[in-house]
Design a protein around this ligand. Structure first.
Ligand code: B12
Length: 495
């Protein structure tokens, strides 16, 4: 069978580039089992889709739908695939979590729920043999306006996955620069997380189960990336890199013993590693650690079921600073019912922890989150009903909708203050240098001039410039708001 996988472009948004690991894994799996596959990443290059489909003549087209950002193009490529008679299957996080919404908006054959490798293999082999596709576990489809589900598919054993075939994508187009390492590539070691935060998709998508890949397979992939594309740093996409010290040491030992000498950065949770562990990680190549802190308010932390030791936050960041690991904590601002006092506590915690770069994200209700369900069930949120509604919503540029008790302007000013600070500040701790983030963004935009053509680069440049000016404005022209949260010029912690 011939299968074309498409990562739709995110046309109306600033582009973010990362290897489409999910598609790559499914495509590799099918290829290993004798099928002909191709990946079109339209974030990298949005060519003439009709021509591309006609040329490849797929039996199936798989479309990756992670978020609402890809609806516009996912719809376009689906319509094109249908005109050529291919069966269209959507997959990825958003599609898996809200099939009713998807089916009420578009005519597709199936949604593949959760991880796609085994479902896809059964799908194409069953189709080849003329069997009944609706009996394959892990699928859903629409019948007379109702979503029908086949049996659920159990999680697979990730250690059985084959080595990713990177020749299916144009790896150099995905390399970014991180803390001085100019050939950083996304990879992954594990899926899922042990946490059950009420703003996260983890419970719905992974059932809070944590699974790891085989470290040797991973290292063979890294070796290939280093030898063929000069990759020098790995950006782990894992929601949670290692659950405990034992797993951490096992991986660090394997990294060191491989002799590859690559650098890496991960996302983990406060409370797992102490200073000695962090030193162990640093000695094995760890450059940065990303922590979801979300809030500085003990009350909100309980409400969102964060499950990290509040009193360990400052110590962990200090330990990272002491051993020289860049720290990237993130906060969420505008959580449901959050008060000004709660936000004040977040800002004060951010001030105290002396991290390298701190990011404040707007709370964005998304299907699959416990908080989303609560807001909808209590009648406080009427979620978008169509793809167009989602396109009109301003989830990413404003706290809209705002379910907190804090005025939207204040939420925006605080978010932008921290972004601006991350752009312009000098480092303290870690390996970040002054204007590190600004420099990194400029390099990434310039690289796109080089590698992706003028249309792509101008598009990216336009959105980045707009975002940049907006951040500058909100971060610098509302001193009254900054004063309320104790970060005006007098109480500032910019350096
Ligand atoms: C890397 C990453 C990105 C990359 C690119 C990802 C890509 N193209 O694959 C970049 C940086 C571009 C990105 C952007 C965004 N991301 Co993102 N991203 C991730 C991250 C960290 C890792 C994904 C990954 O590679 N995992 C490893 C692979 C092997 O697993 P996988 O992707 O889940 O793929 C499996 C299944 O999902 C399924 N599958 C995947 N695709 C398909 C396609 C088909 C056809 C089928 C059948 C199955 C299938 O099978 C795969 C193999 O088992 C995840 C968090 C996470 N750890 O899952 C967030 C995550 C997916 N992103 C998220 C979000 C919100 C975004 C943004 C909206 C962020 C923003 N503010 O702009 C944008 C949206 C971009 C878009 N195109 O819509 C959310 C989605 C939440 C939700 N919808 O509920 C996640 C879950 C993070 C989170 N915890 O909130 N992201």
């Amino acid at each position: 069978m011939r299968v074309l996988f498409i990562n739709p472009e995110t046309e109306r948004y600033a582009r973010q580039i990362a290897l489409p690991l999910g598609l790559l894994s499914i495509a590799t799996y099918l290829q290993v089992h004798g099928h002909t596959v191709k990946i079109l990443d339209r974030v990298i290059k949005a060519g003439n889709i009709k021509k591309e489909i006609e040329e490849f003549a797929p039996d199936f087209v798989g479309v990756s739908v992670i978020s609402m950002k890809s609806f516009y193009d996912a719809e376009k490529v689906t319509k094109a695939a249908k005109t050529f008679g291919a069966k269209v299957v959507w997959g990825g996080v958003f599609a898996s979590i809200d099939p009713d919404f998807i089916f009420s908006n578009i005519d597709i054959d199936f949604i593949s729920i959760g991880e796609g490798e085994e479902t896809w293999l059964e799908l194409v082999t069953t189709a080849e043999q003329g069997g009944c596709l609706k009996e394959i576990p892990g699928l859903c489809w629409s019948e007379n306006g109702e979503t029908q589900y086949s049996e659920g598919r159990p999680f697979m054993d990730l250690t059985t996955l084959p080595e990713l075939d990177f020749t299916l994508v144009d790896v150099p187009k995905y390399l970014t620069s991180q803390y001085g390492y100019k050939h950083t590539c996304h990879e992954y070691m594990a899926k899922g997380c042990v946490g059950n935060c009420s703003f996260c998709f983890n419970k719905k998508f992974h059932n809070c189960k944590y699974r790891m890949r085989d470290v040797d397979t991973f290292l063979r992939e890294v070796k290939y990336l280093m030898e063929h594309y000069g990759v020098d740093c790995i950006y782990f996409s894992d929601e949670l890199w290692c659950r405990n010290r034992e797993e951490m040491k096992y991986q660090c030992d394997a990294f060191r013993e491989s002799g590859l000498g690559f650098k890496w950065g991960v996302q983990t949770r406060i409370g797992i590693f102490d200073k000695e562990d962090l030193q162990y990680m640093k000695d094995s190549g760890c450059l940065w650690v990303d922590f979801g802190i979300e809030t500085g308010s003990r009350e909100m932390m309980k409400k969102i079921n964060k499950g990290i030791p509040y009193d360990g936050i400052e110590q962990t960041i200090k330990d990272c600073n002491d051993v020289g690991i860049v720290t990237l904590p993130s906060f969420i601002v505008g959580l449901p019912d959050e008060t000004r006092e709660n936000l004040y506590d977040s800002v004060q915690l951010a001030k105290r922890i002396n991290a390298t770069h701190m990011t404040f994200f707007f709370f964005m209700p998304s299907p699959g989150m416990k908080l989303f369900n609560e807001l909808v069930e209590s009648g406080r949120y009427d979620p978008p009903k169509t793809f167009r509604d989602y396109q009109r919503a301003k989830f990413f540029t404003a706290p809209s909708p705002n379910f907190s008790q804090i005025p939207s302007l204040e939420i925006k000013v605080i978010r932008d203050f921290f972004l601006w600070r991350a752009f312009s500040k000098q480092s303290f701790g870690g390996e970040a240098r002054k204007y590190e983030l600004a420099k990194k963004n400029i390099i990434d935009v310039l690289k796109q001039f080089q590698g992706h053509g003028i249309r792509f680069a101008l598009h990216h440049f336009f959105f980045s410039a707009y975002e940049f000016l907006s951040i500058f404005f909100y971060a610098n022209f509302f001193p009254g708001v900054l004063k309320r949260y104790g970060i005006d010029k007098k109480n500032d912690f910019r350096n």
